[in-house]
Design a protein around this ligand. Sequence first.
Ligand code: PLP
Length: 397
Amino acid sequence: MISEKMIRLAGNSSAIRAMFEEGNRLAALYGRENVYDFSLGNPNFPAPPSVKQAALDILQNTDPVYLHGYMSNAGYPEAREAIAASLNRRFGTSFSAANVIMTVGAAGSLNIVLKTLLNPGDEVIAIAPYFVEYGNYVNNYDGVLKVVRAREDFQIDPEAVAAAVTEKTKAVIINTPNNPTGVIYSAETLRALGEALERKQEEFGTSIWVISDEPYRELAYDGAEVPWVTGIIRNSIVCYSWSKSLSLPGERIGYAVVPAECDESELILTALAIANRVSGCVNAPSLFQLVAARCADETTDLSGYDTNRRLLYDGLTDAGFECVFPQGAFYIWMKTPEEDDRAFAERAKKYNILVVPGASFAWPGYVRLAYCVARQTIERSMPGFRKLAQEYGRNGK
Ligand code: PLP
């Protein structure tokens, strides 16, 4: 018999698999262009041309033994240095290469941080609605995920977080800009969270690290600022990737940055590099460490996402649905006109529309729509959304 944990996971993944299969089934019946799949956060916009240029240049002009060889588990020193310098330029920090560990995407970053921090039974707080994989990542290290609900405006409720802290709490995972709500946590929210956690750390005589998961940092609209968390919360670590900001999810490239002010920062940094190794990743992909280092100050062109954001938000609200207007990321968080979000998502399939029920983010009564899709997908889906709204007696504009 294989691992019981994996048997459970294999069983649980069937909902996501079913969504994939449903997309394929509908595409076979009606044609791919007539299926409106808003379920996946896979950018439909290409990486900027500078990424390809950097990759070609590095491939042509770097010693292949160096480029394709093993390296320090923490990553190439010049990549770590370039990222520290980029962060310092943009956020007024004073990091050096020593504060940065190159990782296998944000998922790899979160995993090595949790592996480093958790003993079995340690608690990690997540703010609902949250990215469903947090539960799996915490479970990888036999931690216990505790869920604290966000406020009505989907900002963190610092006092609710403080109330959930016990002597076993090791970390709080936050995600800004947020998947699934598109909300950016304000400096005020972060300050209040930091203060509440300082109080709790003093009360219990423990360390509680805030892990800020930031793959959407660069995806902020209308000039919105995404506050730099380590400048506000003393005991915080940032997990980042270029999966979304440079449309590189398949390249698996990201980093963790641990400021010197963090409790046990030196030990954590040593342990993160070892965690890269013993988790079997060994190091982040070599070519894309160097590409990311060259493109560290760049982001994808946001105009396509912004157009989609407005198109989908306006279309849905005009049809009579209630949505959170997203400040960042590429998701719309929509209230379902019936309480049962799974039933709503099921009903949407009648119009070849695929959305993710809020229950998957521990927040029923909503669905998530990813708008990192072709603009035509949004335009062509609108008659279906209008009919769907009408089924609930909403006639819209
Ligand atoms: N965190 C959040 C909130 C995400 O939405 C995702 C991916 O969708 C990840 C982490 C994982 O990112 P990566 O592909 O860089 O591992």
